[in-house]
Design a protein around this ligand. Structure first.
Ligand SMILES: Cc1cc2nc3c(=O)[nH]c(=O)nc-3n(C[C@H](O)[C@H](O)[C@H](O)COP(=O)(O)OP(=O)(O)OC[C@H]3O[C@@H](n4cnc5c(N)ncnc54)[C@H](O)[C@@H]3O)c2cc1C
Length: 344
């Protein structure tokens, strides 16, 4: 967004300001787990104009954690383009005060600040809104519940019994990491996981998944899971894990008990930890005072902005929630923002 706003003639820190909870560069990537590598799940697209710096994710070091590589590339990028991002700036709420649109945020010291603005572009991603579905007995579990966003290293689970929940690439990545350290490892998924031959219908599947997200965003429904629409690419590592029997998901358990999970047939699986790789929801809490949410659970977004309040834009929301979608969104929304400002 900032790159394109600048290209359209707006000056960072003067005509527009970027607030980021941070704490460092790299967006959600800086907070992801140690073992994740660039290219280990999906492609990470370069930011627009990144070639001017002589860096590209295509040539990134795949022996380093992705969290470090992305944070480093994004830091260089911000410096090169002089984006002057304010960090850490945690936006607590966006609200109307008479005709003013006000953004309320806190700095590193917890001191509150207010900015009055004509337009807000919300590009807050999903990392801050982990989603754990409810199952009977959820609160009774005496072991450790953790979500993808809490996962750090496999070593924490040495000699433990772990149940991994979820049918996406994160769950599969965790199973492959945990396999050699845990005492026993169980995989459960709400639906059958579809493994795709990479060269095969992948693109088509991706398009239909994006269309599903787009449909939901346009009608204000809660966003569906991306993986439920795309399937999981059968990389060489994943195929090898399927061949050795690691990637056979059981159907969901029927209840959680203090020491483990109970299957529908009455049998029991002991668990020290349940790892919920059950996805994220868009992080929109700070927009609550604007009352943009529909009763269907989502926000209606068409042409990049809220149907209810055309001053609130969404970048990276729904169908745009990947590095490739976010790039495209940045360009389109920057144009719309400039058009809105010109009308004012
Ligand atoms: C486990 C996982 C793996 C993924 N792998 C890939 C992949 O390989 N390739 C790919 O293209 N996509 C991948 N994605 C999708 C991912 O969403 C994108 O890569 C990318 O992070 C989206 O960028 P973004 O800027 O929209 O969101 P984010 O990277 O989440 O950035 C949002 C920013 O907003 C800030 N923020 C949030 N709330 C506030 C607030 N209230 N106040 C101030 N700042 C705030 C955050 O601090 C953060 O810096 C993956 C997602 C997950 C969960």
């Amino acid at each position: 967004m900032s790159f394109y706003l600048k290209r359209l003639g707006l000056e960072p820190a003067k005509d527009f300001v970027v607030l980021d909870r941070g704490p460092e560069t790299g967006g959600a990537w800086q907070l992801r787990w140690e073992a994740l590598r660039v290219g280990s799940a999906h492609r990470i697209n370069d930011l627009p104009g990144m070639d001017a710096l002589g860096i590209s994710f295509e040539q990134a070091d795949r022996t380093l954690p992705a969290k470090e590589v992305v944070a480093d590339f994004y830091r260089q990028y911000e410096e090169h383009y002089g984006l002057q991002i304010v960090r850490p700036a945690d936006v607590r709420k966006v609200f109307n005060r008479d005709l003013d649109l006000v953004v309320d945020y806190t700095d590193a010291a917890g001191t509150g600040h207010e900015l009055v603005t004509d337009v807000v572009v919300n590009a807050t991603g999903t990392w801050g809104s982990p989603f754990i579905p409810w199952y009977p007995g959820l609160d009774s579990f005496a072991g450790r519940h953790l979500h993808t966003s809490d996962y750090s290293t496999a070593e924490e689970f040495r000699d433990k019994s772990v149940v991994v929940v979820g049918g996406g690439t994160s769950a599969i990545g965790f199973l492959m990491e945990l396999e050699s350290v845990t005492n026993d490892l169980t995989w459960v998924s709400r639906r059958d996981v579809e493994f795709l031959d990479e060269s095969e219908a992948n693109l088509e599947a991706r398009e239909s998944a994006v269309a599903m997200q787009d449909e939901a965003a346009r009608t204000g429904r809660a966003l569906p899971s991306i993986v439920s629409g795309t399937g999981v690419p059968r990389t060489r590592r994943i195929q090898a894990a399927i061949d050795r029997g690691l990637l056979a998901a059981k159907p969901m358990f029927s209840a959680i008990e203090p020491d483990g999970v109970r299957w529908a047939d009455g049998t029991f699986q002991k668990a020290d930890a349940i790892l919920w790789s059950t996805g994220f929801r868009p992080e929109l809490r700070h927009l609550a005072p604007l009352k943009l949410r529909e009763k269907e659970g989502g926000v209606t977004v068409g042409n990049g902005s809220s149907w209810k309040d055309a001053r609130i834009f969404f970048a990276g929301y729904g169908p745009q929630a990947s590095t490739i979608g976010a790039n495209r969104a940045g360009r389109l929304i920057a144009r719309q923002v400039v058009a809105t400002l010109s009308n004012l």
